[in-house]
Ligand binder design. Structure first.
Ligand code: ATP
Length: 209
């Protein structure tokens, strides 16, 4: 089957089973809204999907083949935006993005990067160390990756954090467009996604004692 499939995943942290026997598929052209209370295991699940951590049981596959044999291929097709912005505060937005592109196999084209930063409302802030930007501006720099690299799979952990209403709408529209172009997204959010994000499936993690 095309897509990223999780088969019977189990995740245990400090003797607490966060989830077990969790199976689902993230298919091209689909958006999964992953929700659940604080501590349910949403970030833990997303980290497993990205390969940053391993499940305690279960398998992941990409296009029907074990994911662990295709990590490089998957990484080329993946953008992960974690709940922390993942920026170096001492570097400017342009420097951060140049570094990120080099690390993630994306071509860094300064003119395109300025254009994306402008789209995200950051004109005049491109050369400022990001530690001097507001929380929402830093989030916008982090999210600009979604405009700079072509990748089928987007794994997003609380991407709306600190964004104002215009920022939320901009991101939701971009997500919808990505899915319409056969992209695949799994995202967490403590605020419900609006219709701007387009059709979605829900994956709910309950808090287990
Ligand atoms: N590296 C770790 N070591 C020990 N426990 C961890 C680790 N990472 C996460 N946990 C625990 O696992 C549980 C789930 O954490 P996780 O961050 O996945 O939840 P979440 O659903 O994303 O929560 P939130 O909505 O608050 O972001 C928490 O109780 C947390 O303390």
């Amino acid at each position: 089957m095309a897509g990223l499939a999780a088969d019977n995943l189990t995740c245990i942290k400090r003797d607490r089973v966060l989830f077990t026997d969790l199976s689902f598929a993230l298919l091209p052209g689909r958006l999964i809204y992953l929700r659940g209370p604080n501590g349910a295991g949403k970030t833990s699940l997303l980290r497993i999907l990205t390969g940053l951590s391993a499940p305690d049981a279960g398998e992941l596959s990409l296009d029907g083949q074990p994911l662990e044999r295709q990590r490089d291929t998957f990484n080329q097709q993946l953008i992960y935006v974690g709940h922390k912005a993942g920026l170096n505060g001492a570097l400017t937005a342009m420097e951060n993005l140049r570094f990120w592109c080099a690390q993630h196999g994306a071509e860094f084209v300064p003119a395109d990067t300025y254009r994306v930063l402008a789209l995200l409302g950051l004109v005049g802030l491109e050369e400022v160390p990001v530690r001097m930007l507001s929380a929402g501006q830093q989030r916008r720099v982090a999210l600009s990756r979604l405009w700079l690299k072509k990748a089928t799979y987007w794994i997003l952990d609380e991407p709306f954090t600190a964004l104002d209403t215009d920022g939320i709408a901009l991101l939701e529209k971009h997500m919808r467009q990505h899915v319409a172009q056969n992209g695949a997204i799994i995202t967490t959010s403590h605020q419900p996604l609006s219709d701007l994000a387009g059709p979605m499936e829900e994956l709910v993690l309950e808090y287990r004692l």
